[in-house]
Design a protein around this ligand. Structure first.
Ligand SMILES: [Zn+2]
Length: 334
């Protein structure tokens, strides 16, 4: 992957702290990068991995983006840098992948740097894979560094979490995010898209580039349409199943978050809503459904999220979710 040459501005602090640890020879054997999606944890992990194999002698300049090691790292062909990820997005990381990692970690490095592993998203490891990794964490080998990346670290076993040093990425300050996004999009109003991304700049950029904001709006319309019995449940389930399941569940969670907020607050108070532009429609929907029902639906989303590593049929999962929503929004009999 091609790394941006400059550090993302909100990464400066954690980067400086890790650099200081490294200078002092105290770089942790295992790091866990946490924080919400879209703040650049993967970019940070790749930059750190490249820095750890970079051959330039100036620590502050690593990765130099110029030496042989940096070129190989950018190509994804550096022999000491390994990325472990699901074979397909949304699928689990299996034990075979972790066994391969363990096998490699006992080898000596090909270059002069360290042996580096990036596991991302770490919560995609199934139980067997996580257990296998635990062994490596208990017996760290000298010149290796394990970098785990997770936007849902609560789903990692506590035993894994406790053996890694956490690098927590906090939400990016609004003004910094806005400035960064405007520099990349050439101006315009970026508030709506930043709201939809929960304030995460890289997610906002993706939303802009992929038209995902429209998708979130459409999702709200679908929930409203189902509630009013205007939309065809099977058709909606089909549309939902076309999206990667983890993404679909995350998007639903955003709309439901707004609905929850609007149940208990006035429409005028729309700070922090993902879909500020849809607040009137969502407010109307919130009048027909109570908080208890909304939480029930949220529980259902959580439940399905836990099942995503089980390879279930996404069409069936989405039909179940749609039916659930229909039940919850059934008009009360008088
Ligand atoms: Zn280099």
């Amino acid at each position: 992957m091609v790394l941006p040459e400059n550090l993302l501005p909100w990464h400066a602090d954690p980067w400086a702290r890790l650099l200081a640890s490294r200078r002092a020879g105290r770089l942790p054997h295992a790091l866990l990068l946490t924080g919400s999606a879209g703040v650049g944890k993967q970019i940070f992990a790749d930059r750190l991995a490249a820095a750890l194999v970079c051959e330039t002698s100036v620590l502050e300049a690593q990765p130099c983006h110029r030496c042989r090691a940096c070129c190989l790292a950018a190509d994804g062909t550096h022999p000491d840098l390994h990325r472990v990820m699901p074979v397909e997005k949304g699928k689990p990381i299996r034990i075979e992948a972790i066994r391969e990692l363990i096998g490699r970690s006992s080898l000596t490095t090909a270059g002069q740097g360290m042996l580096v592993f990036v596991i991302s998203p770490a919560e995609a490891m199934n139980r067997a894979a996580a257990n296998a990794l635990l062994k490596t964490l208990e017996e760290p080998s000298g010149a290796s560094c394990l970098i785990l990346v997770s936007s849902a670290s609560h789903r990692l076993p506590a035993t894994i979490r406790s053996r890694c040093q956490e690098v927590a990425f906090r939400p990016v300050p609004r003004e910094q995010a806005r400035k960064w996004l405007i520099e990349r999009t050439g101006g315009g109003d970026v508030s709506a898209v930043l709201d939809a991304a929960g304030g995460a700049p890289l997610l906002a950029q993706t939303l802009l580039e992929t038209g995902k904001l429209e998708r979130l709006n459409q999702l709200a319309d679908e929930l409203i349409g189902l509630g009013q019995r205007r939309a065809d449940p099977l058709e909606v389930a089909q549309v939902w199943a076309e999206w990667p399941i983890t993404q679909q569940l995350a998007d639903l969670r955003r709309v439901i978050f707004d609905l929850t907020r609007l149940c208990v607050t006035d429409v005028a108070n729309h700070d922090g809503l993902y879909l500020g532009g849809k607040r009137m429609d969502l407010k109307n929907l919130s009048k027909d459904i109570n908080l208890r029902k909304i939480f029930h639906f949220k529980d259902e989303i959580d439940h399905l999220e836990r099942l995503t590593s089980h390879n279930l049929n996404s069409q069936m999962m989405m039909e179940k979710l749609v039916n659930n929503w229909l039940k919850l929004t059934r008009p009360e009999k008088h």
